[in-house]
Design a binder for this molecule. Structure first.
Ligand code: FE2
Length: 300
């Protein structure tokens, strides 16, 4: 017992007494049998396909009747289970279904599971080893494979980081993401294996590529992002509003600008019509004078 726990329960006299009392009297606590949930019957709609998540889409347990915001479940309670008091709040950040759900996500999971391949046995490694590549080609290939391995390692980390951020009620989405994580891990595996079978092994990692890829990781540079956001929110943005938006919107300045704009517009139109009535030549002179006047009025 102490193997799994931080303390040895056999040292706990109360616990041992309760245990012995229960064994002696047979007064077992069977309250767990009274869970406030509904019995259901789920069967495969298609025998050939088997029991899919869609077959489990029944009232009380399914995804169709889920509310837009998962408010009840803040723990790892499986959707549909009774949630007794005392379940921990895991503070999932994504609790809104529309933020993560995609049409047929449960089907994508089933498809991802049924179409797995095995990089160890599905690639004819022995056949590939027989092919001799020219040195320069093999080196370039090994360099490309080194880069691709980096990419795939990042591609494994990025979707995996999202798992803990999602509410447990969105487990179909989480399951699908985990297939994506597995897929990317296999890509990293296969590129590494291929690099080491070219005979040249891995070549040089690329700091620039890694820096570019790191920006894709949600939690990476979180502190720096937070600092920049706070600085912009508390300093740069209010100053921008003061200097631009609010400056333009005071009632007096807006009125003054409107009046000046209308006067300049009136002058522009008057000059334009005067030039037309006076039949000033060449005609392009009328156009430029009128356009200049209109532009001046527009700037107010
Ligand atoms: Fe990949």
């Amino acid at each position: 017992m102490s193997y799994l726990s931080t303390r040895d329960f056999l040292d706990d006299k109360d616990f041992v007494d309760r245990w012995q009392y229960t064994l002696r009297t047979g007064e077992l606590d069977l309250s767990w049998m009274q869970a406030a949930t509904e019995p259901v019957r789920c069967t495969p709609q298609n025998e050939r396909r088997g029991l899919t998540f869609r077959d489990l889409d029944v009232p009380g347990y399914g995804f169709s009747a889920m509310p837009e915001v998962a408010r009840a479940n803040r723990s790892f309670a499986p959707r549909g289970a009774e949630i007794p008091p005392g379940c921990p709040d895991l503070q999932a950040e994504v609790n809104r279904k529309s933020e993560v759900w995609a049409y047929n996500i449960e089907g994508y999971y089933e498809e991802a599971m049924s179409r797995q391949w095995n990089a160890t046995t599905d690639v004819p490694w022995a056949e590939l080893a027989k092919v001799e590549l020219p040195d320069d080609i093999a080196k370039a290939y090994a360099q490309l494979l080194t880069f691709l391995t980096e990419v795939e390692m990042i591609a494994t980390d990025v979707p995996a980081k999202w798992m803990g951020h999602l509410n447990a009620d969105f487990f179909e989405v989480k399951n699908f993401i985990s297939t994506q994580v597995m897929d990317e891990a296999r890509h990293a595996e296969v590129f590494r294996k291929r690099a080491l079978t070219t005979g040249w092994g891995l070549m040089r990692a690329s700091p620039q590529n890694e820096l570019n890829l790191m920006a894709q990781i949600p939690d990476m540079f979180h502190t720096q992002k937070e600092y920049c956001f706070r600085a912009m929110e508390q300093d740069a943005f209010p100053r921008f509003l003061r200097s631009k938006a609010f400056g333009n919107l005071t009632p007096v300045s807006a009125l003054v600008r409107l009046v000046v704009g209308l006067i300049v517009l009136w002058i522009g139109l008057a000059v334009g019509f005067s030039l037309i009535f006076l039949d000033v030549q060449p005609k392009s002179k009328r156009f430029f004078v009128s356009a200049f006047s209109l532009l001046c009025s527009d700037s107010y």
